[in-house]
Design a protein around this ligand. Sequence first.
Ligand code: SAM
Ligand code: SF4
Ligand code: SF4
Length: 366
Amino acid sequence: MVHRVIPLLDQRTHALRSATLVDGPLLDQLHRPLHDLRISVTDRCNFRCSYCMPKAVFNKDYPYLPHSALLSFEEITRVARVAVAQGVRKIRLTGGEPLLRKNIELLIAQLAQLHTPDGQPLDLTLTTNGALLARKAQALKDAGLQRLTVSLDGLDDTIFRKMNDVDFPVRDVLDGLEAAHKAGLADIKVNMVVQRGTNDHEILPMARHFKGTGSTLRFIEYMDVGATNGWRMDQVVPSREVLQTLQTQWALRPLAPHTPGETAQRWAYADGSGEVGVISSVTQAFCADCSRARLSTDGKLYLCLFASQGHDLRDLLRGEATDAHLTAAIQHIWQGRSDRYSALRAALPADTGTGARRVEMSYIGG
Ligand code: SAM
Ligand code: SF4
Ligand code: SF4
């Protein structure tokens, strides 16, 4: 007997395929525009930060995506081009560790060609753990990368090696930062996730080290992303506490945000030696202005860092879809968006409240 396989067309995919173009500004259900696209170029990483990819879970048996599942650079650039035409002004490449993606500079060169509808170049940036930066900085800059964020959780080598959990020395990340400066990458941000009892005593040494260097240090509240890091509220150091700690040493004054929806609150050193930032993802939700979408390594569009499901664009990209179809699909997805997890966090149980498992940050990007 011959079994016929009847493909069940996922309702969401069907809705995407049949979406029609709309005119006017693209806004979600809470009237938020789509300005910011984060693109994860790999779900793999050479670190095992326990708050993101704990070793016990992300081991050799972990089902990382096969290469064929990854969007190609051409597919990524196509989504980016369509998204830019719909209002995206800023693209951040992330992961996993984006510098592990082979020839990442070729993707940067393609994205650097894109312009907003009013002719402005795209704000193109990348977040890296810095491990490969010393080797790659010049190629990234030459390809057209303008800005860079380096994650660094402390200067104490013992603590840093323990936090990355692969015994990676802090010196190499600092060398990477120096190489990035030398290559001419301006506006470098340094992100430190603060975990109580792990690296909170590194707040002042980190601030002292980066003050006056031109690199802006930002302290991030440890978030309950994913389903594997065993997050507990008592490990979160609220930004207000970080600011109090900084103010024991330096006078600070608040700065206005560069753009609405900016994740970091900016503070200037009163002595004129630059600024620091705090990202209060847990204690002060910034969902009301959240204009970010995330494209996963395998081409799913996620509307919130805490989502459990994405919208499959790869299926469209690898099918017959024209750019008009793709545009209509992105419009349809964004117009249906009502996510505001952080604003609701206090009222929700530990999971999303739907019983669904949240995706990992290494898969959709930070
Ligand atoms: N591997 C790159 C890196 O570490 O910069 C890029 C990807 S990483 C997922 C992006 C950012 O997310 C990093 O700055 C990292 O510190 C941050 N991150 C990861 N897990 C986090 C968590 N549980 N809470 C807050 N930030 C987190
Ligand atoms: Fe890797 Fe970045 Fe996650 Fe650390 S935070 S495990 S460096 S992806
Ligand atoms: Fe945006 Fe979701 Fe974060 Fe709120 S919780 S700021 S909607 S990504």
